[in-house]
Design a protein around this ligand. Structure first.
Ligand SMILES: [Fe+2]
Ligand SMILES: [Fe+2]
Length: 140
């Protein structure tokens, strides 16, 4: 079962991966060939699988169970975090479908870049909320 430390480590690893995805995505502006898009699709698929594992670990962790057994506010927050997990994976799936839909125009690529940027902004915010909850749990 994932400990709070495992969750923090995962967040750090996922942050590195997000930067890697962002770098690869910005590279597509120079080389938007089908091969480069296929490579980015594979990269994002890999990232999605790490993210899904991370979400599963969190949801099965003792920390999340403690939040649920804590005060009602913590319970509401943790339920919202779990709901966001579904939403993030759904957004990633939509992006992956768009990416896999064949030839992508520069405008299409820009719109995918905006979606990834929006998703990562929300994910970074989500992680910071979790970090705050874990910190408070450790202080209890
Ligand atoms: Fe989470
Ligand atoms: Fe997380």
């Amino acid at each position: 079962m994932a400990t709070a430390e495992n969750i923090h480590d995962d967040h750090a690893e996922l942050r590195v991966e997000m930067r890697d995805v962002e770098a690869q995505l910005s590279g597509l502006r120079e080389d938007g060939s089908p091969e480069a898009i296929a490579r980015f699709h594979a990269r994002l698929t890999d990232y999605r699988s790490h993210l899904r594992n991370h979400f599963q670990d969190e949801e099965r962790s003792e920390s999340f169970a403690s939040f649920r057994n804590g005060d009602p506010m913590a319970r509401v927050r943790v339920d919202k975090l779990c709901l966001q997990h579904r939403e993030f994976l759904g957004e990633l799936d939509r992006i992956l479908v768009d990416l896999g839909s064949g030839a992508i125009t520069p405008e299409g690529l820009e719109s995918i870049a905006l979606e990834v940027d929006h998703l990562f902004t929300n994910l970074r915010w989500h992680d910071s909320v979790e970090t705050g909850l874990l910190k408070r749990l450790a202080e209890r």
